[in-house]
Design a protein around this ligand. Structure first.
Ligand code: RB5
Length: 157
């Protein structure tokens, strides 16, 4: 379920990190530019400590203004930003750790945010996981029913 080369281009992507992933954010932004994407960097820009929930909320609120294809959230582990993002209405943030989860996050969960950790030792570069996510299409059908059920949980909690 790959998307065409044309669909891969000109994606507008929100990206933000806390102090635990500033270098990773820089690496990802460079990668996205080589893929003809337009990353919107919401900070942070130094390793001075900040609180990751603040970062996730800023990025998700910007995403919800519209016009973005998806968002990337980073902290030391990716856990804190993904936990926070998933409390915000309309956000489905997937914590990715390999190529398989990168693919499934789009194909089965139609994630609109993906999260990584700047202090995590992954077996493959984060940029490869992002590329896999970007080139995968949502599979729809039974997965649409399940994703709809995820979003319905927002209404009853
Ligand atoms: C910050 O020290 C660290 O807790 C944060 O980056 C993240 O890993 C939280 O989930």
């Amino acid at each position: 379920m790959k998307i065409s080369k044309e669909e891969l281009t000109m994606k507008k992507i929100i990206i933000a990190s806390d102090h635990g992933a500033v270098a990773l954010k820089t690496e990802i932004i460079s990668f996205l530019k080589t893929k003809n994407c337009e990353p919107k960097d919401m900070g942070v820009y130094s390793e001075d400590p900040v609180d990751y929930p603040d970062i996730a909320v800023i990025a998700c609120n910007e995403f919800k203004k519209g016009g973005y294809n998806f968002g990337i959230l980073l902290c030391g582990t990716g856990i804190g930003v993904s936990m926070t993002a998933n409390k915000i209405k309309g956000i489905r943030c997937a914590l990715i750790h390999d190529i398989f989860t990168a693919e499934m996050a789009k194909a089965h969960n139609d994630a609109n945010f993906i999260a990584f950790g700047g202090r995590v030792k992954y077996n493959i570069p984060v940029t490869q996981m992002i590329e896999k996510f970007m080139e995968t299409k949502f599979a729809g059908e039974r997965h649409l029913r399940r994703v709809t059920k995820i979003m319905e949980v927002e209404k009853c909690t």
